[in-house]
Design a protein around this ligand. Structure first.
Ligand code: HSE
Length: 393
């Protein structure tokens, strides 16, 4: 498909900036005729440096300018989507809408995009004339890439997850505040920490005092995150689960095309003091009691980004951490072991960068899929094999 004019909204925010970096790295702008950059505040200013002409910034509420695009890619957030998308569609715009926000994900007309896992469903959506292609929730995409080998073989009976989610998932301002909190905690305890004769209990009391003090900056996060964790993410659905936990179940099953026979997925989603990698501790029930080596081989071979970290102390501590994975597209899966609960029960732990595979990467890959759609038949045989496996679920 020829992409004559592609519009970008929210490209300067955190997810949008990561998207721009990845698109530059992969030379994605060469796939399109014109790239139009929209803005909510700086209309008429020069566009970003993308290694080619990027024109001047266009008002992101200008429906005529938006409607002149074949594709709109937005990282502007759910408020923008709710405001602009229905009006554009009502006005007859029939272009492709690629969005990072959750607003449209569960709409019957939208396809959730995670192409290493559901390329057949994405192509099927294109064939059926679907126009809204929405990036998944970050914990969902990272978990699904990690479990791709087992999900793709229909081996998973149920999943229980505890997440350890980075502050970037809450937003850029929250990341800054988290660092300010760490700084204040250290500043106020520094004299005691630096005095080798001080009591560790006095240091601990000083840290707690800071965490509980009215001075600690909490305007963005709402609570202390440094020296703490927050066992609730996103809204309260008044059913005992958070909105983030609900997404883990419904989005995963939608991506798998399993609306009629969903895999039970239960999670407890927890915010922790890491910057941009989400980690997840998984308990799985497989419907076959496979040998450990076979489970590892399936996980390891599923896609180009996942790899198994041996379930050993040194390997886990060096290779299965946010500090190691941040800034990469790697999806390490480790701590894989069979559990005593009974046949088919397996534990695993995985880490992934929530701004890359968790947000920006599925969007830029959707642009690539669109640019190749109808041009090449590539990958169709492989797609059919996977579709057949999913359909047999
Ligand atoms: N909702 C996620 C989080 C990030 O709060 O970590 C976006 O998917």
């Amino acid at each position: 498909m020829k992409l004559d004019r592609v519009g970008f909204v929210g490209w300067r925010g955190m997810v949008g900036s990561v998207l721009m970096q990845r698109m530059m790295q992969e030379n994605d702008f060469s796939r399109m005729g014109e790239a139009v950059f929209f803005t909510t505040s700086q209309t008429g200013q020069p566009g970003p440096d993308i290694g080619r002409d990027s024109g001047t910034l266009v008002d992101a509420t200008d429906l005529d300018a938006l409607g002149a695009c074949d594709v709109i890619v937005t990282c502007q957030g759910g408020g923008y989507t709710s405001d602009v998308h229905p009006r554009l569609r009502a006005g007859g715009w029939n272009g492709y809408w690629i969005d990072a926000a959750s607003t449209l994900r569960m709409s019957g007309d939208a396809v959730i995009i995670l192409d290493p896992v559901n390329l057949p469903l994405i192509r099927d959506g294109l064939d059926r004339g679907r126009k809204d292609f929405i990036g998944p929730n970050c914990t969902v995409s990272l978990m699904m890439l990690a479990l791709d080998g087992l999900l793709g073989e229909n081996l998973v009976e149920w999943i229980s997850v505890a997440t350890y989610q980075a502050v970037s998932g809450a937003g850029a301002r929250q990341m800054r505040e988290f660092i300010r909190q760490m700084g204040m905690v250290h500043d106020r305890a520094a004299t005691l920490v630096d005095n080798p004769d001080s009591s560790i209990l006095d240091i601990d009391r000083q840290v707690l005092e800071t965490l509980q003090s009215a001075d600690l900056p909490v305007q963005e996060i709402g609570y202390p995150l440094t020296g703490n964790l927050l066992p609730w993410i996103d809204g309260d659905l008044d059913s005992g689960i958070s909105r983030e936990e609900w997404k883990g179940s419904v989005e995963t099953n939608k991506i798998l095309g399993r609306g009629g026979a969903p895999i039970p997925i239960e999670s407890t989603c927890i915010r922790v003091g890491t910057m941009r990698c989400h980690s997840q501790a998984l308990t799985l029930k497989l419907n076959r009691d496979l040998p450990l080596a076979e489970i590892e081989a399936l996980v390891d071979g599923a896609n180009d980004w996942v790899h198994v970290v041996p379930n050993q102390r040194e390997a886990s501590l060096s290779d299965l951490t946010p500090a190691k994975v941040t800034g990469t597209l790697d999806i390490p899966v480790g701590r894989i072991r069979k559990l005593n609960m009974g046949p088919g029960h397996v534990a695993a732990f995985t880490v992934g960068d929530q701004l890359l595979w968790g947000a920006a990467e599925p969007l830029r890959r959707m642009l690539c899929i669109l640019s190749e759609y109808g041009v090449r038949g590539q990958g169709r045989e492989e797609d059919s094999a996977r579709t057949a496996r999913v359909a047999a679920a």
